[in-house]
Write a protein that binds this ligand. Structure first.
Ligand code: AMP
Ligand code: MG
Length: 277
């Protein structure tokens, strides 16, 4: 039974029924040991994926301020080869971005075959912050759920494995993290008055997330709700989901590498036979 909750398409999600402080009875040490084990597996799988050059991995991270998007992403970067991995962060759209359809800036950042891209926020902001703050009329953002599903389906059919993580923290935990951030000279730069203002809209964001996750958790791009009050449990959930998603490809990638290797060997043999070194 996986630790993260995978949302079922079309079923009404109720985030208040999912405990953000869940730890499944594991201690911090036990969870870290499991995560390290999975990290080794992911490292190996990612190397195969890179060499086979037939599949890409896209990990999307969403969650409230302080939910741990940066921390979780840093952790994922530890598992993969930096040469084939990129992070794309999506902030308030620029004038040029706003002059295009909402997926324009997103599509440009999707991973090429063999690569890994991690999204820090994403196209989901266009049905979250945009909905909560009425930055676009309802008839515009309402259509986006379907547009997102079709966009993600096109990516998946072109070889991209898509995993989406909602980092689920409690309102109380967020308050503690915001207050701790204020006291920490190293982390205070991350503070923004906006974090406290957005917090006042907690209920609206929860409703927007529940809709986005229910409407857009497809078989080709599932949403995972990650209990994130404990950072070590969060990291375990994410690592487990990535390993689980890549594992079924192992044979396919290995046999592709075998084919590519045989071809290279045959070419080399022919070259030598013709008098080359
Ligand atoms: P941060 O992730 O803390 O650096 O903040 C980035 C800010 O950009 C957040 O407040 C997001 O809600 C906001 N943002 C990201 N994408 C969009 C979007 N499509 N429309 C409006 N605001 C956005
Ligand atoms: Mg912020």
């Amino acid at each position: 039974m996986p630790h993260a909750h995978t949302v079922k398409l079309g079923t009404k999600l109720s985030l208040s029924k999912l405990d953000p402080a869940r730890d499944d009875g594991l201690t911090k040490e036990e969870a870290k040991e499991k995560t390290n084990h999975l990290a080794k597996e992911i490292e190996e799988l990612q190397e195969l994926m890179y060499a086979a050059n037939s599949t890409a991995l896209l990990c999307v991270f969403q969650g409230a301020d302080t939910s741990g998007k940066d921390g979780a992403i840093n952790k994922v970067l530890e598992y993969v080869n930096v040469q084939s991995c990129r992070v794309a962060s999506f902030k308030i759209p620029t004038a040029e971005e706003l002059a295009h359809d909402f997926l324009w800036r997103i599509h440009k950042q999707t991973p090429a075959l063999g690569g890994v891209t991690v999204f820090n926020r994403s196209h989901y902001e266009d049905v979250l912050v945009v909905r909560v703050h009425s930055l676009a009329p309802k008839h515009v953002w309402e259509k986006r759920y379907e547009q997102i599903n079709e966009f993600e389906q096109a990516l998946a059919e072109s070889g991209t494995v898509i995993l989406k993580f909602f980092l689920h923290i409690s309102k109380k935990e967020q308050e503690q993290r915001l207050l701790a951030r204020e006291k920490d000279p190293i982390k205070a730069w991350k503070l923004s008055v906006n974090d406290w203002k957005e917090r006042e809209r907690w209920g609206d964001y929860t409703a927007a997330y529940e809709d986005a996750l229910s409407k857009c958790s497809t078989p080709w791009a599932p949403w995972h709700v990650v209990p994130s009050d404990h950072k070590w449990f969060r990291d375990l959930c994410v690592a487990e989901s990535i390993a689980h998603a890549l594992r079924p490809f192992r044979e396919q990638w290995a046999s592709r590498l075998e084919t590519i290797g045989s071809k290279a060997r045959a070419e080399l043999a022919a070259y030598r036979k013709s008098g080359g070194s």
